[in-house]
Design a protein around this ligand. Sequence first.
Ligand code: SAM
Ligand code: SF4
Length: 334
Amino acid sequence: MKSDNMNQSPNDTYNRRIDYLRISITDKCNLKCVYCMPEKKPRTFKKGDILTYEEIIRFVRIAHSHGLRKVRITGGEPLLRKNITGLISSIKEIGIGDLSLTTNGIKLPDMAEKLRDAGLDRINISLDTLDADRYRTITRGGDIKRVLEAIKEAERTGLMPVKINVVPIQGVNDDEILSFASLTFDKNYHVRFIEFMPASCNGLWEKSKCIKSSDIIDRISGLGPLKSFEFRGRGPSRNYQLKGAVGVIGIISPVSDHFCSYCNRLRLTADGKIRPCLFSSKEIDIKTPMRDGAADEDLENLYHHAIRIKPQRHRINEDTASYEHLKTMSKIGG
Ligand code: SAM
Ligand code: SF4
């Protein structure tokens, strides 16, 4: 592993520059999306099991001094956690240049402005259908009006570009791919289609329900010519724009075409484990050492160790069955 000076982002064993951390701050949620949460009351971490804000901030500060540049806050539903604006402003003060958050949007209408004022740069809002009844079914009870309001409020407060995450599932919402893509004609949204992944999906997962990115692109091409559209930043999304559109369409294909060779990220779970790969169960506990009085140097070593053991790639596209019993996305922080 190469790290030439304190502030340079380290490369991992496979020469990928690691400068991005996704932090799950809770595994609780106010929705129970059919592909993410069990129907029965899910077992969630106890309060004392999850990292405190002080612990998260300490870890981010240490990682920042070793080249961390980009942080995303996720969950569970991150907006359920109290005083999230305090966390956002503390992370921003450390000097993280790109600070974003992924939310289901239900609580966002009342919080967007405060989040922006605290230093949040960007937001991703998850929305898998534009139909109110279907939304209620997919999320087991959610009110789509709140999410539509959230998108408007994010736009109004300048949390731009608003990214809309859509997981197209065959037979569930695949008939809405074109409606979502069409939103980009008039609105500067980034509509991101994420392939359905086999992580503890309540038996919903079947390979045939995962719509491959090539199929998504084929379908969208029915709306007109689609040109490749690159914008700054590395990441898993391949981006396109429809002729005459103002917004962007992103395709994220972890299943059919893994993007491991340019993966730049680590994850931190709500219960304080660094997870070098979404699809590997290898985790490095930082909570226990922190609570046992670890020095910053010990935590730096754990951070570098996580980078060093980041696997070259996952094999989810070859062997979905062995991934179906992974923790749910709400536990890992999708
Ligand atoms: N609650 C927030 C939300 O829904 O945006 C943040 C956490 S959620 C786990 C993050 C993202 O993971 C969402 O966009 C969700 O659609 C996606 N996700 C959850 N389970 C998934 C699965 N099995 N396959 C693909 N994406 C999934
Ligand atoms: Fe909650 Fe997000 Fe999972 Fe839906 S996808 S159940 S909103 S954590």
